[in-house]
Write a protein that binds this ligand. Structure first.
Ligand code: FAD
Length: 482
């Protein structure tokens, strides 16, 4: 069976890795991976500068989603996995140019501890009173999807949207709480509202259940896993380790696919003026690119894929000599709500979040800019973006802690155009319509961050699963019937 993979980001690479494994195990599988850029890895890109690991794209993955760490271990990178320094975990929200720590006990945007919520400077007295009264909130009358902002506003008020939901979601999705789907992004809260009415009561009940389960479990007490896991040498280590396992002759970097056609026997893929025939196709390009390629095959599918919104973002990494900046506040960094009117969405104190990836005496800051509301920033020059980050950091952290005049030892800017899919209201129904179209196109699989999770582990899971499905189907069925 011949399989084409279009897109060499982590989803496409994970699919290729799985096909390579099947091939090595004796399955009659051949694959070709087409990637538009000269470099494989898509959004995963790291650089090592003056001994410091700089992440241009993702810096880590959520530990609770096992697919990424599992793959790393399989590839012999188990010893390279690096837990986040959770003992020092503290995140701030910028409120009128001051850093206010997220109160203790916040779970999925829901306050669960009375004293920290009552004492925090993050919310006004009015919002705090509303948070108390939320315990009496009735279940929602309707059941349709809605924006995350509407769900949070209904329970905790607009200030909780502005100072909590918006910065947390734009810091993760580069997204907009007024657009993102509550059903897809916060399914747990939607379910809790349906069951309990009050999200606080729902969260407390879930917490109680977890405590009871832990108390009743007879096994040895396990330490809580770290929230995030990174790789000591950067996320590119994962890309290099996968590529090293693949058949070099099957990889076509700097080869954009121009057209895809469905034939009676399978799929034809056209790139660099050459058309090649395959039995199956794993589409791992972003949904907007996949939609454009698949529209001539199935206009409805092309339209659905093209309708998935994407946000663009920028990362700016700055390396400093610690002696040249003041004492930073404790913690991993800060998030900037849109209502603050700044260009920055977030800033990570990299040397604090992951220990051992920055040389002693150096500080690394990773600023995140752009998102749905500030796409125009992508057209600014590197110099202008670095100057903006330095100015905003000095205003937020105070000139005593961080002076805009202090020169970074190194500055690095990466632009990510339309790289992050947005699960907008109605995403689940769109996925059902897409699945129905794909079911009519034998041999086609869609993988990547647009469908069932935007994180690196989700992309790996989907990529590997698609490859396994095709191999399994090919083993049972003649290739032409795939
Ligand atoms: C700045 C940033 C920070 C992030 N931080 C985190 C994080 O900390 N943790 C986390 O889990 N996730 C994070 N994410 C999300 C995660 O990195 C991505 O969702 C994931 O890497 C996407 O992988 P993918 O393979 O679906 O897509 P991509 O990486 O976008 O790969 C798709 C590939 O398809 C190629 N392509 C497009 N069209 C064609 C064509 N016609 N022919 C051939 N090739 C084509 C593209 O060039 C690209 O390389 C972050 C993303 C960004 C941008």
């Amino acid at each position: 069976m011949r399989i084409a993979i279009i897109g060499g980001g982590i989803a496409g690479l994970a699919a290729a890795y799985e096909l390579e494994k099947a091939r090595a195990a004796g399955a009659a599988v051949e694959y070709t991976l087409y990637e538009e850029r000269p470099r494989l890895g898509g959004s995963l890109a790291s650089e090592i500068v003056n001994g410091a690991v700089l992440e241009c794209g993702p810096d880590s993955f959520l530990t609770e989603k096992p697919a990424a760490a599992e793959l790393c271990r399989e590839l012999g990178l188990g010893g390279e996995l690096l837990p986040s320094n959770d003992a020092a975990r503290k995140t701030y929200i910028v409120v009128r140019n001051r850093l206010v720590a997220l109160p203790d006990g916040l779970m999925f945007l829901v306050p669960t501890k009375l004293a920290p919520t009552a004492l925090t400077r993050l919310f006004s007295v009015r919002t705090k009173a509303r948070m108390g009264l939320e315990l009496l909130h009735p279940p929602r009358a309707g059941s349709g999807d809605e924006p995350v902002a509407a769900l949070v506003e209904r329970h905790f008020g607009q200030e909780a949207v502005d100072r909590l939901a918006d910065p947390l979601l734009s810091g993760i999705y580069g997204g907009d709480a007024t657009q993102l789907s509550a059903q897809t992004v916060l399914p747990r809260l939607v379910e809790m509202e349906r069951k309990y009415g009050s999200l606080t009561r729902g969260m407390l009940a879930a917490h109680k259940k977890m405590r009871e389960m832990a108390k009743n479990s007879t096994g040895p007490k396990r330490e809580a896993p770290p929230i995030f896991t990174a790789l000591r040498g950067g996320m590119s280590q994962l890309v290099h380790a996968i590529v090293a396992r693949l058949d070099a002759g099957s990889l076509r970097a700097a080869t954009p696919v121009k057209a895809v056609r469905k034939s009676a026997d399978g799929w034809s893929v056209e790139a660099r003026g050459v058309r090649e025939e395959y039995d199956a196709l794993i589409m791992a390009a972003p949904a907007w690119a996949a939609g454009a390629l698949l529209a001539p095959v199935d206009a409805a599918l092309g339209g659905e894929l093209g309708g998935i919104p994407y946000s663009s973002s920028i990362t700016v990494n700055l390396i400093y000599d610690e002696a040249k900046i003041g004492a930073l506040p404790e913690g991993f960094g800060f998030l900037v709500p849109a209502v603050e009117g700044r260009s920055m969405l977030a800033c990570t104190f990299v040397h604090r979040k992951f220990l051992g990836r920055t040389p002693p005496g150096k500080a690394v800051f990773r600023a995140f800019l752009g998102g749905m509301k500030r796409e125009a920033l992508l057209d600014e020059s590197d110099e202008a973006l670095v100057a903006t980050v330095r100015r905003e950091m000095s205003e937020i952290l105070s000139a005593k802690t961080f002076s805009a005049a202090a020169e970074p030892e190194h500055a690095q800017v990466s632009r990510w155009r339309r790289a992050m899919a947005q699960y907008a209201v109605g995403h689940r129904e769109r996925m059902q319509r897409i699945a129905a179209r794909v079911a009519e196109l034998p041999g086609l699989r869609l993988v990547g961050n647009a469908y069932d999770g935007i994180g690196v582990p989700d992309c790996i899971r989907l990529g590997r699963q698609a490859a396994r499905d095709l191999v399994a189907a090919g083993a049972k069925t003649p290739a032409a019937a795939l």
